[in-house]
Write a protein that binds this ligand. Structure first.
Ligand code: GAR
Length: 196
């Protein structure tokens, strides 16, 4: 299974995938490329350490999408790597229907809450401020709606009364670093099925 990762930031989840892969835990998979909409992002730096092609692509001037005139470039660049699966690991732009269709909706996203609770941005802060006692992370199929696609897997994280926000963030990120490689492994070995 050929995997392409898209991300915008720190890249700790891309790193978790690349590390699992390097340790031989993701049989039958290969990360064939990492793309970012942020030129100096750490996700690109991490990927180079693992000798994976790390490519910056210009998303255009709009904040939360890839602008229409640059979309075709993204499609062609990703297609040239012939991926079976696209993994959004902290990619902070919404993919258009055109892009999703080009890749047959074989796109998964990692989100730092137990969806459908706390979709959108700042999910860990929102859960913490709401004083929920259990939060977590979710991997779901991507569709045209934000954080709405079918849920594939989740990991719960307890919020203790003594936890501060920083600790909750650390716990959610630690759960994410386990969950995303697990889902990829299970998609590759058929334990989890692709959408029909
Ligand atoms: C992760 O917490 C991921 O769940 C979140 O961005 C972070 C990326 O961290 N994604 C979203 O909020 C998407 N809506 P990373 O760059 O260290 O992997």
């Amino acid at each position: 299974m050929r995997i392409v990762i898209l991300g915008s930031g720190t890249g700790s989840n891309a790193e978790a995938i690349l590390k699992s892969s390097a340790e031989g835990q993701l049989d039958g998979t290969e990360v064939v490329g990492v793309f970012s909409d942020v030129e100096d992002s750490n996700i690109l730096k991490h990927s180079k350490v693992y000798n994976v092609p790390a490519i910056y692509l210009d998303p255009g001037s709009q904040n939360s999408i890839i602008t229409q005139e640059l979309e075709e470039n993204w499609i062609q660049e990703i297609k040239s790597l012939n991926p079976d699966l696209i993994v959004l690991a902290g990619f902070m732009r919404i993919l258009s229907k055109k892009i999703l269709l080009e890749f047959n909706y074989k796109v998964i996203n990692l989100h730092p809450s137990l969806l459908p609770s706390f979709p959108g941005l700042h999910s860990i802060e929102k859960a913490f401020n709401k004083k929920v006692k259990i939060t977590g992370c979710t991997v779901h199929w991507v569709n045209e709606e934000i954080d709405e696609g079918e849920i594939i897997a989740q990991v719960p994280v307890r919020i203790m009364n003594s936890d501060d926000l920083e600790l909750v963030k650390q716990k959610v990120h630690a759960a994410e670093h386990m969950l995303l490689p697990w889902v990829i492994r299970d998609l590759a070995n058929g334990t989890i099925s692709f959408l029909k």
